[in-house]
Design a protein around this ligand. Sequence first.
Ligand code: PXP
Length: 240
Amino acid sequence: MPTLGVNIDHIATIRQARRTVEPDPIAGAVLAELGGADGITVHLREDRRHIQERDVRLLRQIVRTHLNLEMAATDEMVAIALDIKPDYVTLVPERREEVTTEGGLDVAGQINRIGEVVDQLQSADIPVSLFIDAESAQIEASRTLQAKFIELHTGRYAEAKNETSRQQELDLLAAGCEQAIKAGLRINAGHGLTYWNVHPVACLPGMEELNIGHTIISRAVLVGMERAVQEMKLAMRGNQ
Ligand code: PXP
């Protein structure tokens, strides 16, 4: 079975909705690790819509498992990564107007720029993972750049409208895994995975780590609701 990297961005999304101090993603990371998370993942976006630089710096100090920093291949982000030194970096495409990361990184189409960033990070002992669609040209380009990992984008699989297209997307992911294994690349996957669709992806050959966020934070909000309301009733009576 692969390991689980818990993406805690959306704890920060709730905090940023009020520009306040709660809920703190740092506390969320500690609790995720207590629950068995094998890694903590955050995406520091250019627009800082959820995770802040302060979060990444504190996570670097408190994470006991490993810290995966998702980021765009920009000079600003490379400088931050070289300074904070996460356990690995996942390079993702980023557009300001998107709700979440859409599509994989076009490694084949930007081979020089992505190659520069892979070299800068890996020569500082920060392994790089490239978040790509399970397409032959992207896997081949990732091999050429000697990235340590690829992260296969599972969004199309997750969004498939029926069983036939879900199976087709799963077959593409499986073919991608086989090509990546032959190329000597280590394999992660993520995006859009839920409690209902995760199992077949977890069973793909060579799969090392799944990075999962939204569905876990969504469930945490709901499973914590009864207790949170009970605790507010106590606080109203002066018991915090
Ligand atoms: N992997 C990558 C590269 C991502 O960009 C994201 C979303 O931030 C995830 C995994 C997690 O996706 P989700 O929140 O849909 O589980």
